[in-house]
Design a protein around this ligand. Structure first.
Ligand code: FEO
Length: 171
């Protein structure tokens, strides 16, 4: 049985996962409008991963006697300054999610909720991989140095290569 405090923290995390999925959906849509087809597919794929993170949390909360709530969250941005800016925003978002997971891990220890502590280990590992994943993309984009449409074309092509292999957590 979850304590009210842990249940609330897990529901807040559900909201963060929903926001993450929404922001990647929005980035994918924006990329499509910019004719960045590979980047659009990349973000749409990651949108699906975030929905799975959300669902896993909701199932856990309900299974442990709590009530998983569908959150009301603000709409994500719909415009992005550049492809690089979108990926930097994605990286910042992942850092925020990592921090939030860390806080719930701490809370689970403080409240001696070892079941939730164990459940969260999957998220700890997943976040470590995802942060590294987005950091490597930001680094690659910086290396390519997008100065014109040609640079943009090569960056989108490089992102396309990532679609050939599974995302973190799916290997
Ligand atoms: Fe579910 Fe990318 O954090």
């Amino acid at each position: 049985m979850l304590s009210a405090k842990v249940e609330k923290a897990l529901n807040d995390q559900v909201a963060l996962e929903v926001y993450s999925s929404d922001i990647y959906l929005s980035m994918g849509s924006w990329c499509e409008t910019q004719k960045l087809e590979n980047s659009a597919k990349f973000f749409y794929r990651h949108f699906g991963a975030e929905r799975e993170h959300m669902m896993k949390l909701m199932t856990y909360v309900n299974r442990e006697g709590g009530h998983a709530l569908v959150p009301k969250i603000p709409a994500p941005p719909s415009e992005f300054k550049s492809l690089e800016a979108a990926f930097e925003m994605a990286l910042d978002n992942e850092k925020k999610v990592t921090k939030s997971i860390g806080k719930i891990v701490e809370l689970s220890l403080e409240t001696k909720d070892y079941g939730t502590f164990t459940f969260l280990q999957w998220y700890v590992a997943e976040q470590q991989e995802e942060e590294g994943y987005f950091q490597s993309i930001v680094d690659k984009i910086k290396m390519i140095g997008i100065k014109d449409t040609r640079g943009l074309f090569f960056a989108d092509k490089a992102i396309g290569k990532l679609l050939l292999v599974p995302e973190p957590g799916k290997k």
